[in-house]
Design a protein around this ligand. Structure first.
Ligand SMILES: [Mg+2]
Length: 270
């Protein structure tokens, strides 16, 4: 069992781990303050595609948590970076890249921030970037299908089938990916958010740390904990989100630590 005090980087999921709806979860502000006091590196790693990094920062700030923009990595941001980096990997370069977007305005903002162009014309698109789109409809599906059938590569911003919101679950990115896959006959070329290795590499770049010095804390086994495992981080599951104690026994994905809330981490690091 790794020593929980002995990491240099502490990475946190947001929803269900740091906050729930409009409130911080118990022990969170004190835990983050104690880690900052000990000069630990903190990152917030979210699979959201409906908020920009700046909007995540503002959301945390409103709840009384100060953070640096570089401490926040979202799936929409990582997807925009992925598309910008296409140039470096010898894929179609940025000047040629035209992205047809299924998603909310946050995804367009992140693409713009990275200097990646988007298009409304499916026949001009080199990529179809898919995130959660609360206005997804028949016409958008038709356009995305047309783009992919015309040779555009589908990029999924994350592999989340649904997303927990206050007392409910709503369809997420993967539901739209599957609709486009069914109509185009093509699977996504890349899946960007947690648990991908690409997202892990972006987190480590932001953190400037080797993977074995980092602990990933999150509330979902199939994203947060699997993400930690495939990227070589130690992992801690908090039971303040979507996972119950019974779920753990039935899953092939096993965390190093299980905490009922962040207060357990706090009691160890104080
Ligand atoms: Mg979560």
């Amino acid at each position: 069992m790794p020593d929980v005090l002995n990491f240099d980087g502490y990475f946190f999921d947001l929803d269900g781990t740091i906050l729930l709806g409009d409130s911080l979860l118990p022990g969170v502000p004190e835990t983050l303050a104690a880690l900052r006091n000990q000069r630990k590196k903190i990152l917030f790693l979210s699979n959201t595609t409906t908020r920009t990094r700046k909007e995540c920062q503002t959301r945390l700030q409103k709840l009384g948590l100060e953070s640096h923009l570089e401490e926040i990595v979202t799936a929409a941001y990582a997807a925009a970076v992925y598309l910008r980096e296409g140039k470096l990997e010898g894929k179609p370069n940025v000047r040629d890249t035209r992205v047809f977007v299924i998603g909310e305005p946050a995804m367009l903002s992140e693409l713009e921030e990275q200097g990646v162009e988007h298009t409304e014309d499916p026949l001009e698109a080199t990529h179809v970037l898919v995130g959660m789109d609360m206005h997804f409809n028949y016409s958008k599906l038709h356009q995305a299908m047309k783009a992919v059938r015309n040779g555009a590569a589908m990029i999924a911003a994350n592999p989340d089938p649904y997303c927990p919101v206050d007392g409910d679950l709503i369809p997420d990115t993967w539901a739209m990916v599957k609709a486009i896959e069914a109509t185009s006959g093509k699977k996504p070329l890349a899946v960007i958010g947690k648990p991908s290795k690409y997202y892990g590499a972006k987190a480590l770049e932001s953190g400037g740390l080797p993977s074995d010095r980092c602990l990933m804390v999150g509330d979902r086994l199939e994203t947060d904990i699997l993400f930690g495992s495939v990227n070589g981080f130690s992992t801690a599951l908090v039971l303040t989100g979507v996972t119950s104690e019974e779920d753990i026994g039935q899953s092939p994905v096993q965390p190093d630590f299980v905490w009922t809330s962040m207060e357990e981490l706090l009691s160890m690091i104080q």
